[in-house]
Design a protein around this ligand. Structure first.
Ligand code: HAM
Length: 429
């Protein structure tokens, strides 16, 4: 016997019970984004590999070891499954000249791919809601993005998500800080562990991220980037904080927040929870003023963030917020040739009136069909046998009210009766 095939490790099927909830979640997301003036953009899942190398940076975990890259066997082009959405979005904005006349607020929802070690909250195929504002230079848009994410947590009924904030300054300020960091660690080279020694000249900032307890004191006393920021960078950072303070959104400044993608400058932020184990960042982003120019466009400031949908859905479910799957209003039970033909007409007629209908398919006795009607969660069963079909009638049976009477009605009167009773029961609730 042939072996059954399985999905690729770290790439999950989202089955109907869960997928229904994803759709509700996405509805909330779309109306939230609309309320802030964001417009959808739909982008390819595959992009030329050099796009990600240039945008995310050659010396990053994503580009060095996590990309699904391959050569198009038909034309030899190096391609990559997108590991994130910002690069493709900026590529599209440049290609279609979208910000020539006015700035743009854009969003996308979709799959991303990273070859990471799968664990709870970390997958190889995952989904992001990405939000990008291009052509805006001031700290107001950075702050608005943070406020809008705070509102989303409230809309979704989530609490315990904390905001961490930092400023990465401008590239020249970072270069000065980096030089100071290297000479500081050189002076204390005898205290560095193997990792630290290896990173000293390639990525000294990453030494600050170390989990090694022996290095904590050394790292705590290391030169801080904030001390290398000039007046303009500091004013931008202060501008963001002022809006947050005015709006009463609490935050922690985390000088170690450096982000894993190279395109950021000035504001960076992450929303973090301790309810998801090791993968606690549900939303992250920041300003990337250099990227449009770096990818060949006319330089333009920009800012954005992305949320991990799997992580947010897990949080909502843990908080007991996953709603039950929606049940149909009506389940149509039928038996016999004439009854089946009438059942189709009845089902379509009810749908014309906005009633949701599950038409029984696959035959079976009345008894077994009634069991399915009950199990579907429908409010009513509409029952049609050949007797009813002969007179153009149907039985309307309320399924959720104990002792409620079953009515025999002309099929043309069904919709009115159903709508009337649905309204009555809504009012009672
Ligand atoms: P990122 O921090 O790489 O940023 O990813 C954003 C979010 O995607 C993370 O905070 C997390 O919730 C989710 N995520 C990332 N990797 C995984 C994974 N392997 N499994 C599940 N969820 C994951 C970006 O991607 C930037 N493009 C964000 C951005 C937009 N910056 C500016 N604009």
């Amino acid at each position: 016997m042939s072996q059954t095939l399985q999905a690729v490790r770290g790439m999950n099927d989202i089955l109907p019970d869960e997928a229904e909830f994803w759709e509700l979640f996405e509805d909330t997301i779309r109306s939230w984004l609309k309320a802030y003036g964001y417009r959808p953009i739909r982008l390819p899942i595959v992009e030329p590999t050099p796009l990600f190398k240039r945008a995310i940076g050659e010396v990053t975990d994503i580009v060095e070891k996590e990309m699904y890259s391959f050569i198009d066997s038909l034309n030899g082009e190096p391609l990559t499954l997108r590991p994130e959405g910002t690069a493709g979005c900026v590529r599209a904005v440049i290609q279609h000249n979208l910000i020539a006349r006015q700035p743009q607020r854009l969003y996308y929802i979709g799959q991303m791919y990273r070859h990471e070690r799968p664990q709870k909250g970390r997958y190889r195929q995952f989904h992001q809601v990405g939000v990008e504002a291009l052509g805006y230079a001031g700290p107001d848009i950075d702050a608005e993005m943070i406020l809008m994410s705070a509102r989303l947590w409230a809309d979704l009924g989530l609490d315990g998500i904390e905001l961490q904030l930092n400023s990465l300054g401008q590239p020249e300020e970072r270069a000065q800080h980096r030089a100071a960091l290297i000479s500081y660690f050189e002076e204390h080279a005898e205290l560095l562990d193997e990792d630290g020694k290896r990173r000293l000249y390639t990525n000294p900032l990453r030494i600050l991220d170390t989990k090694n307890p022996a290095l904590q004191e050394l790292c705590a006393a290391a030169p801080k980037l904030i001390d290398y920021l000039g007046a303009e960078s500091l004013a931008h950072f202060e501008g963001v904080q002022r809006v947050l303070r005015d709006a009463g959104v609490p935050f922690t400044i985390n000088p170690r927040l450096v982000r894993g993608l190279d395109y950021y400058n000035l504001t960076v932020f992450e929303w973090v929870t301790d309810r998801l184990g090791a993968q606690g960042t549900v939303c992250a982003g920041g300003r990337y003023d250099g990227l449009v120019g770096q990818l060949g466009g006319k330089p333009a400031p920009a800012c954005g963030f992305a949320m991990g949908i799997e992580r947010l859905i897990a949080l909502i479910s843990d908080a007991g917020g996953a709603p039950a799957a929606p049940a149909p209003d009506v389940y149509v039970v039928h038996q016999g040739d004439a009854a089946s033909r009438l059942a189709f007409r009845v089902a379509e007629g009810l749908r014309d009136q906005g009633i949701s209908v599950l038409l029984h398919c696959g035959g079976g006795s009345f008894k077994s069909q009634m069991k399915k009607a009950d199990g579907s969660g429908a409010t009513f069963a509409v029952i049609i046998g050949d007797d009813e079909a002969a007179t153009g009638e149907a039985q309307l049976k309320p399924l959720r009210e104990e002792g409620a009477a079953q009515l025999k009605l002309k099929v043309d009167d069904l919709a009115e009766a159903i709508i009337g009773q649905l309204i009555d029961s809504d009012e009672e609730e």
